[in-house]
Write a protein that binds this ligand. Structure first.
Ligand SMILES: CC(C)(COP(=O)(O)OP(=O)(O)OC[C@H]1O[C@@H](n2cnc3c(N)ncnc32)[C@H](O)[C@@H]1OP(=O)(O)O)[C@@H](O)C(=O)NCCC(=O)NCCS
Length: 167
């Protein structure tokens, strides 16, 4: 049976295999970013990501992670932080940001991602937060379809590349 539990920084280490699965997916779908540098090793990618999570949990009192456990084994997670409200439009004071959503390949396509996002919405509502944001790689067509099903729409476009040589 799959159970969703809410946790904080104390569970960060348990997320490593789930992060590795997402990182592998990113490397597979966006090979053009090898221009920036080769894909990081599993260990190195986790070192960078873990530091980001520690920073969030150290500074954001609203940060939380939902871990889906299949008979006690973590198989998916949604890590949520918040950011200041939108200055151009009258949003709430804080906006919920889905920093990471990862479902292990063995558990994809079975409604678990949907269940996690719906649980995230419930937790944010309970905290009085009314807006939600998530970034996804343009190349991640599956996840774009997934998020658009919740009524979310693309917002900003970010560009990433090497700084050109000095002229
Ligand atoms: C995207 C993801 C979180 C969705 O979770 P899920 O449990 O597989 O999704 P659900 O079963 O609730 O919903 C299925 C829908 O998710 C989307 N989806 C995206 N990637 C998918 C995948 N690899 N397998 C199945 N569905 C996927 C599709 O829109 C699918 O609907 P469709 O079958 O009509 O195309 C999960 O598939 C995943 O971890 N993928 C790889 C990592 C990733 O892309 N994470 C999001 C980064 S922002």
């Amino acid at each position: 049976m799959i159970e969703i539990v809410r946790a904080g920084a104390e569970r960060i280490e348990d997320l490593e295999p789930l992060w590795a699965a997402l990182n592998e997916h990113h490397a597979a779908i966006a090979p053009e970013f090898e221009e920036i540098g080769p894909v990081r090793s599993r260990e190195d990618s986790w070192r960078v990501r873990r530091a980001i999570y520690e920073d969030h949990f150290g500074h954001d009192q609203h940060a939380f992670v939902l871990i889906a456990e299949d008979d006690g084994t973590p198989v998916a997670y949604a890590l949520v932080v918040t950011r200041a409200g939108e200055e151009a439009w009258t949003s709430g004071e804080r906006i919920g940001v889905l920093e990471t959503l990862s479902v292990l390949p063995s558990h994809r396509g079975q409604g678990l991602g949907t269940r996690l996002v719906e649980t995230v919405f419930g937790q944010l509502r309970a905290a009085g937060i009314t807006e939600f944001e998530v970034e996804t790689l343009i190349a991640n067509e599956g996840s774009r379809r997934f998020y658009e099903r919740f009524g979310l729409r693309p917002f900003t476009t970010s560009y990433l590349g090497r700084i050109p040589e000095a002229r």
